[in-house]
Design a protein. Sequence first.
Length: 353
Amino acid sequence: MTTADALAGTPTVESGRHDYGELSRIVRLAGLLRRRYGYYAVKISLNVLVFAAGWVFFVHLGDSWWQLFVAVFFAVMFAQLSFVGHDAGHKQIFRSRRANDVIGFWHGGMVGLSYASWMDQHTRHHANPNHEDDDPDIHIPAVAFTRKQAAERRGFFRWMAKYQAFLFFPLLLLEGFSLHVESVRALWRRDLPGRCVEIPLLVVHFSAYLTAVFLVLSPLTAVAFVLVHQCLWGVYMGCSFAPGHKGMPIIAAGERIDFLRRQVLTSRNVRGGVWVDFVLGALNYQVEHHLFPHMPRPNLRLAQPLVREFCARKDIEYSQCGWLQTYGHVLRHLHEVGAPLRAGHATTAGVPA
């Protein structure tokens, strides 16, 4: 899928810049860019208290197969803590970068992720969402997001690209482990900001986590606990982030689009109430989040009708659908990308995105 149809008749980059300025004034006058210190104070405090209580219960329960339900609980908590780290990375909590980074490094340490490495990748994603060359989120060896990428796959990865729609959710079971591995690999980079802080944080995390699990549980139960916890956390993270952009238009190399349309046309919202907001960490407001990444999480719901009305007035396609329907779009896109490989006639040259 490309942006050709969505961009037909759109204004120039320069005039589009004025559109974003107009929308920004509307949002700012509504007070939606103000910090929500009380919300985050309660959110972070409750998360930490519940997280700590979970570990107390884990020790109290002892060596039991019932611990697998505790593993499910920790999969949810790891995701919720990761969402707060995401908010900190976007300066949604405090005005100063330093204060947000303290929260970000702390939460990264609690779940075993490199906050600095994630910041580097996620910042590039926000600047160029779904860009054929510049978005790191659509350059993943295990999944092809364009037919060109699929045609370039070789060996086992080519076979995976053929059937990636069927493999998508099973692959998410490995996402938690992948996040840990990439975080550890990132620490070898001497130019990584905050490396001297993150090395001890991740050492403490993995040491404490593995010691607690294998000290309290028998070896077999401990292995099962780790697998359930990490696999379900990976599925949770993947199911939270994938609906926002996967299956949306991809911007071809050299295609110039103004900031507002670049963010709106490549993003998809997930329809739902307060429960969906909580489960997805407000990532279901992907359009608003990409337009105003500094906007505090609870304000995204309030900004949504303003942004949607503005897009309707400017004749900009605004995508939103139900939660399960989003995965249908994702899987359908992945299946279409792999179609030429299944037909056996894909080549690396002349393959459309």
